[in-house]
Design a protein around this ligand. Structure first.
Ligand code: NAD
Length: 270
């Protein structure tokens, strides 16, 4: 076990790091010299990814468990001064509120929102007097109305809200950021109902993003004073307009959904 000195970036925790955007973030942090602890509810997946990318540890970690965050922070501290924490784990159940099971609604709130709140607390505690950066993976869905993703969007809006408040209530040495990506090509997107309203809207706005683009944007927030970052930036503006005038956004839903369905057809060549 190597101990890092103060000339290195220190250690970092990435939740939901076994695959997808979290894995991309962890890879970049390793490349930047961090001692990275990859955590995931999929413990073997976290261990495998950690070994493949050169992270210092892969841990089983359900973000719904506050105590498990403390264990992740303690593991990171064994490898270096904790300076960065990525609350990235999330679930993406799509569907209208009336269609989702009670279990799915609970999971969305508990994993996405509570998991991020517990993670921020553990990070602030773990940073101690030195401070550091917390980057929460929210979503463009958190910036405005997203029919077909109402509970997911609510959980992400709450993350954006908590990010802004916690950044403002912590000392200057603690920087809290939210990255808000549009649709990204990962297992989460692949798991959406292909004919669902949410899936149509995700495909209505331009090319689906790559993990590389989003992971780079997230890691680049380290050290910056930027609190909320949309990827791509222009889409953040469009979704925020929907939040200012949700009645108008409702009228546009059918138009955007039709646009998304055409884009899905073009992609599948049908
Ligand atoms: N893919 C997209 O289109 C998209 C867009 C915007 C935001 N996001 C957000 O990006 C983050 C990463 O998603 P992804 O697209 O890489 O999806 P993904 O499904 O590939 O990865 C999510 C990871 O989180 C883990 N996870 C799920 N529940 C967990 C729990 N209770 N505790 C710990 N880990 C848990 C999963 O095992 C998985 O490894 C999520 O927060 C997601 O909401 C994704």
């Amino acid at each position: 076990m190597t101990s890092r000195n103060s000339t290195t970036p220190g250690s970092a925790v990435v939740t939901g790091g076994a695959r997808g955007i979290g894995r991309g973030i962890a890879e970049r942090l390793v490349a930047r010299g961090y001692a990275v602890v990859v955590t995931d509810v999929d413990g073997p997946g976290a261990e495998r990814t950690a070994a493949e990318i050169g992270a210092v540890a892969g841990l089983v970690h359900d973000v719904r468990d506050p105590g498990a965050h403390a264990a992740a922070a303690a593991e990171a501290a064994r490898h270096g001064v904790l300076t960065a924490w990525f609350n990235n784990a999330g679930v993406g159940d799509d569907g209208r509120l009336s269609e989702l099971s009670e279990e799915a609604v609970r999971r969305l709130v508990e994993v996405n929102l509570l998991g991020t709140l517990w993670g921020m607390r553990a990070a602030i505690d773990g940073f101690g007097d030195r401070g550091g950066d917390i980057v929460n993976t929210a979503s463009l869905a958190g910036l405005g109305p997203v029919p077909g993703y109402s509970v997911y969007a609510a959980s992400k809006a709450a993350i954006v809200s908590a990010t802004m408040s916690v950044d403002a209530e912590t000392p200057r040495r603690v920087r809290v950021h939210a990255v808000c990506p549009d649709g990204v090509q990962t297992a989460m997107l692949d798991g959406q109902d292909p004919g669902g309203l949410g899936n149509a809207l995700v495909h209505s706005g331009g090319p689906i993003l790559t993990v590389d683009t989003v992971a780079e944007a997230a890691v680049d927030l380290i050290g910056s004073r930027r609190v909320v970052r949309s990827v791509p930036g222009w889409r953040g503006g469009v979704v925020r307009v929907g939040a200012i005038a949700p009645g108008v956004a409702k009228l546009g839903t059918a138009v955007f959904a039709a646009q998304g369905r055409r884009a899905i057809s073009r992609r599948s060549g049908s």
